[in-house]
Design a protein around this ligand. Structure first.
Ligand code: FCB
Length: 424
């Protein structure tokens, strides 16, 4: 089916790309992911993040200039907590200065900046205290947020406190593929609750320093789709509740609902702690009852085709799911941004079409009344893909990790046109 109508976005709609600190900066040795990589068998291709895309060493500026040359209007990146606060309560001026330098270069190139304060990685000192199982980390995080707002706030269009708290809770606490690798389902609600406390504290801390700042949070919301009516529907509903809905409820009303808390429990400062919301969307999971899959709450993911490796499944590309989740996020009553959407595709054969179809799905949500203001493709360039290492490529720009050479893929040209016309 070919749909040739040109879909136009409003003039201030932002098209950009996203990255995160650990995945691109390089030279990081004081956090939980560095230690995790050092354990045998934790990274699928056996690699270590190492110098990554060498942003810290000096290449951030040229990559962000390239981003602007490719027509992007904005970039979403994150800050590395272990650099900014190497010991609890001690902030590092040189690290703040380097971020200022990078952000200034991005702004000079014409990019607006969306900055996530924490995208997965925790300082080693925080991991030693129990990572997100430690309730006190929420206060530490609020302290970091306040400092970040006063040092960098003038360069930032919008802040997000945290990236994908549910992903962290499920993969690192219920599961064992990411640090801290708890493999204990009871740990996930504890970690997720503490991250929501951290969001509330972080939001309040930023606003107390910079009342005009736009502060949100970024959630990953896959489309959980029952294969059949009946039990599959109940299981898909449960997965969605535990992963997405419970977080949306908490953000809306300020309460933790089961399984986060046995009885509804209020989180001080959480209600109303949201100026915008970010949606990370990769695809659809077909949920089917399987008594042999307790680790999946007995609802196995069986969609075909799907985008996956032996370790990670990003689901079936499903643009309608993006429209649906935008509607849902829009009900929070704040502007919505697609803060990540992309595909693991080392040969760039599927990405161009994936990109166009998902941008069209965003447009549809907009025409249907959702206050969606921007779209950030994951990612600007190939980078360190967590437990997958360097083997799975999401970049519009290809990186040769031997030579450091950058080469825009065909999808970068497709996206350039979308950005230039604000149309697809
Ligand atoms: C998201 C993460 C991002 C990247 C993409 C592929 O869940 O936020 O860092 O790894 O997946």
């Amino acid at each position: 089916m070919v749909d040739l109508a040109v879909l136009r976005f409003p003039p201030r709609f932002l098209f950009g790309t996203a990255t995160s600190s650990y995945q691109v900066e390089g030279g990081l040795t004081d956090n939980d992911w560095y230690d995790w990589e050092g354990l045998p068998g934790r990274i699928r291709d056996g690699s270590r993040a190492g110098s990554a895309c060498d942003w810290w060493g000096g290449r951030a500026e040229e990559d962000l200039r390239l981003s602007a040359e490719l027509g992007h209007h904005a970039h979403r990146c994150s800050l590395e907590w272990s650099r900014l606060e190497p010991e609890p309560g001690r902030f590092d001026d040189a690290a703040f200065a380097r971020y200022r330098e990078i952000f200034t270069a991005a702004r000079d190139a014409g990019l607006e900046l969306f900055v996530t304060v924490n995208h997965f990685t925790l300082p080693r000192w925080a991991a030693a205290r129990g990572s997100w199982l430690h309730r006190g980390l929420a206060d530490r995080f609020a302290g970091l947020c306040g400092r970040v707002a006063s040092e960098l706030g003038d360069l930032v269009t919008a802040f997000a406190t945290l990236n994908e708290p549910s992903v962290v809770a499920f993969i690192g606490y219920a599961g064992h593929l990411w640090p801290p690798g708890m493999k204990d389902p009871a740990c996930a609600p504890v970690a997720l609750s503490n991250m929501l406390r951290a969001h509330a504290g972080g939001y309040r801390a930023i606003k107390s320093v910079a009342p005009e700042a736009q502060v949100g949070i970024v959630l990953n919301a896959p489309y959980f789709d029952p294969v059949e009516a009946g039990i599959d529907r109940a299981l898909a509903g449960m997965q969605d509740w535990a992963f997405t809905e419970v977080v949306l409820r908490a953000l809306k009303g300020g309460y933790l609902w089961p399984p986060l808390s046995f009885v509804p429990a209020r989180v001080p400062g959480l209600a109303g702690a949201l100026d915008w919301i970010g949606l990370n969307y990769y695809g659809r999971f077909g949920v089917r009852f399987d008594p042999s899959a307790p680790e999946m709450f007995f609802g196995r993911h069986v969609q075909e085709p799907t985008v996956k490796t032996e370790w990670t499944d990003w689901g079936q590309p499903w643009p309608d799911g993006l429209t649906a989740q935008l509607h849902r996020f829009g009900k929070l009553g704040v502007p919505v941004y697609v803060t990540e959407n992309g595909i693991y595709d080392n040969t760039d054969t599927q990405r161009p079409d994936f990109l166009r179809r998902h941008v069209r799905a965003v447009h549809r949500a907009w025409t249907e009344g959702v206050d969606v203001r921007g779209y950030f493709h994951w990612s600007l360039l190939d980078n360190f893909e967590w437990a997958e290492g360097y083997a799975t490529h999401f970049g519009l720009v290809e990186v040769d990790f031997e030579t450091g050479a950058r080469k825009p893929r065909h999808s970068a040209e497709v996206y350039r046109q979308i950005c230039a016309d604000r149309a697809v």
